[in-house]
Design a protein around this ligand. Structure first.
Ligand code: ARG
Length: 477
C-alpha cells in the first residue's frame, strides 16, 4: 500500500471523511505547473548549497520535467494517497527517479512551498487579467471614437441632469479600469517576493542562496521574515480586491447598458451574439450577459469578504485555514477571464440609437445654462438659480417645455431675461460650453481620447489573450 508522505509518525489511518475534508488536490491541482517550476529552482538551490550532487540535481530536474509533460498532456494519474498538489508531485517524482527524489524536500516545508506556488500563480493571473482589462478599455476607446458627436441625457440621482456626449460617457468607464490596471501593476510588485527558504516557519538550516532562488523564479527579492512569509496572503487578498473592483466597474457599466436596452429608453440594442431569448415569451431579447456581469460581481464580493474573514483571526505562521485561500482567487480569475471578453464583445457589437437619445433630451436639462446666462448679465448665481427655478415651475404649471415658455413669462420673473435666451436652448451649445479639462465639450473629449490612447500605449500587457477567449461577436447564425 502507498503511504502518505508524512506517514511515519502515524500508526493509524485517517478517517476517510476526514481525509476528504483535509485534501486540497481537487482544487489546488491548478498549481501543478508553478509547483514544478518552484521545485526545479529549489533543487538547484540545494545543489548550490551542497545538499545534493549535480548528478542528483539533474535526475530530479529530469523527473520534474517529465512530470510537467505528463501534467500538460493530461496524463498525470492521481493516487489515492495524494493529499494535495505538492504531495502528488513529490510522490510521482519518487516513482520516476527513485529514492533520490526523496531528497528534494530537504530544508523545505509545504508551508513555504505553497506560499511560493501561490505567489507565482497570482503574478501570472495578474498578467492574464490585465490583458483582458485592456481589451475592454480598447473597446471603450473605439466606441468613444466611433460615437463622437452623439448627445444623450446625463444623469445624477438617475434623474436627467445635463446633456453630455456619448463618447464622454463611454470614457467615464475607461478611467476606473485604468486605475484597476495601475492597482494590478502595483500589486504585482508586492506579490513578486519569494517565500521559499522560510521552511515551516523558522527558516532553513541549509545554506540556501535565496537571492539565486528569487532570480530563478522571476521574483524581485525574497521575504525578510520567515514567520510572516509562510502566512502572508496579502497578495491573494489584494488581488481579490482588485478583481472585485474590476467586476464592480463592469457591473456599473452593465447596469446602465441594461437600462438603456429597455424599451422605455431604447438607447442601445445588444447584438444577438450577446443576448438570449425567453423560453416563454417569443418577443424577448434579454441582456443576460450583462445581468450575469452584475450578478457575478456580487458573488465575487462575497468571496473577498470570505477570504478576509479566514485571515483575520489566524494565530502565528501557517494554519490549515490558509488552504481556503485558493478557491476564491481561482474563481475570481476564471470569472474575470470570461466576464471581461464578454463585456468587450458587447461593447464592440452593440447598436446605438442616436435618435432615441436625442428624443430623450428635455430642455429643462438646460436650466443650469439659463442660470449661467443670467450670471453673465451680472446676477449672482444663487439669485439666478432661484429665478430659473421659478421659470421651471411656471413651465411645469403650464405643462409646456421650459424652452416653450413665452418670453413675457420669463420677463415677468426677471427683466434680465431677454430675447436671446432662445440661444440658450441648444444642446450642442451647452455641451460645447463645458470645455473645462475633463469636461464634455467635443474639444475636451478629444483631449481625453488622446490621454486614453496614451494610457493604452504606456500600459502594455505582458500576456496575450488566447484565441479561444477573444470576442468574435457571433457568426450571425
Ligand atoms: N495544501 C496545503 C495548503 O493549501 C499545503 C500546505 C500544507 N502544510 C501543512 N503544514 N499541512 O495550504
Amino acid at each position: 500500500m502507498m503511504s502518505k508522505l508524512w506517514g511515519g509518525r502515524f500508526a493509524g489511518g485517517l478517517d476517510p471523511i476526514a481525509w476528504e475534508f483535509n485534501a486540497s488536490l481537487s482544487f489546488d491541482w491548478r498549481l501543478a505547473e508553478v509547483d514544478i517550476r518552484g521545485s526545479i529552482a529549489w533543487s538547484k538551490a540545494l545543489m548550490k548549497a551542497g545538499v545534493i550532487t549535480l548528478d542528483e540535481q539533474h535526475q530530479i530536474s529530469k523527473g520534474l520535467t517529465d512530470i510537467l509533460a505528463e501534467v500538460r498532456a493530461g496524463k498525470f494519474t492521481h493516487a489515492p494517497t495524494d493529499e494535495d498538489v505538492h504531495t502528488a508531485i513529490e510522490r510521482r517524482l519518487i516513482e520516476l527517479v527513485g529514492p533520490v527524489g526523496g531528497k528534494l524536500h530537504t530544508g523545505r516545508s509545504r508551508n513555504d512551498q505553497v506560499a511560493t506556488d501561490f505567489a507565482l500563480w497570482i503574478v501570472d493571473a495578474i498578467d492574464r487579467v490585465d490583458a483582458f482589462v485592456k481589451l475592454v478599455q480598447t473597446a471603450l476607446v473605439e466606441r468613444a471614437e466611433r460615437d463622437m458627436g452623439i448627445i444623450l441625457p446625463g444623469y445624477t440621482h438617475f434623474q436627467q441632469s445635463q446633456p453630455i456626449l456619448l463618447s464622454h460617457w463611454w470614457l467615464s468607464h475607461f478611467w476606473p479600469l485604468a486605475r484597476d490596471r495601475q492597482r494590478l501593476a502595483q500589486l504585482r510588485e508586492r506579490a513578486a517576493v519569494l517565500p521559499l527558504g522560510s521552511g515551516a516557519l523558522a527558516g532553513t538550516p541549509f545554506p540556501i542562496d535565496r537571492k539565486f532562488l528569487a532570480n530563478q523564479l522571476g521574483f524581485k527579492t525574497f521575504s525578510p521574515n520567515s514567520i510572516d512569509a509562510v502566512s502572508n496572503r496579502d497578495s491573494a487578498a489584494e488581488f481579490l480586491f482588485t478583481a472585485v473592483m474590476i467586476a464592480i466597474h463592469l457591473s456599473r457599466l452593465a447596469e446602465m447598458l441594461i437600462l438603456y436596452t429597455s424599451a422605455e429608453f431604447g438607447f442601445i440594442e445588444l447584438s444577438d451574439a450577446y443576448s438570449t431569448g425567453s423560453s416563454l415569451m417569443p418577443q424577448k431579447k434579454n441582456p443576460d450577459t450583462l445581468e450575469l456581469t452584475r450578478g457575478k460581481a456580487g458573488t465575487m464580493i462575497g468571496r473577498l469578504t470570505g477570504l478576509l474573514a479566514v485571515l483575520k483571526g489566524l494565530p502565528s505562521a501557517y494554519d490549515k485555514d490558509l488552504q481556503e485561500d485558493k478557491v476564491p482567487v481561482f474563481e475570481a480569475t476564471d470569472t474575470l477571464c470570461l466576464m471581461l471578453p464578454v463585456v468587450a464583445g458587447v461593447l464592440q457589437t452593440l447598436i446605438i440609437r442616436p435618435e432615441k437619445m436625442e428624443a430623450a433630451l428635455n430642455p429643462a436639462m438646460l436650466a443650469t445654462d439659463l442660470a449661467d446666462y443670467l450670471v453673465n448679465k451680472g446676477i449672482p448665481f444663487r439669485e439666478a438659480h432661484r429665478l430659473v427655478g421659478l421659470a421651471v415651475r411656471r413651465a411645469a404649471a403650464l405643462e409646456i417645455p421650459l424652452s416653450q415658455l413665452p418670453l413675457a413669462e420669463f420677463q415677468s420673473i426677471s427683466p434680465a431675461f431677454e430675447k436671446d435666451i432662445a440661444e440658450v436652448f441648444n444642446f450642442q451649445a451647452s455641451i460645447a460650453r463645458r470645455n473645462s479639462p475633463g469636461g464634455t465639450s467635443p474639444a475636451a473629449v478629444q483631449v481625453q481620447l488622446q490621454q486614453a490612447r496614451a494610457f493604452l500605449d504606456d500600459h502594455k500587457t505582458r500576456s496575450s489573450i488566447p484565441a479561444s477567449q477573444t470576442p468574435r461577436g457571433g457568426d450571425g447564425s
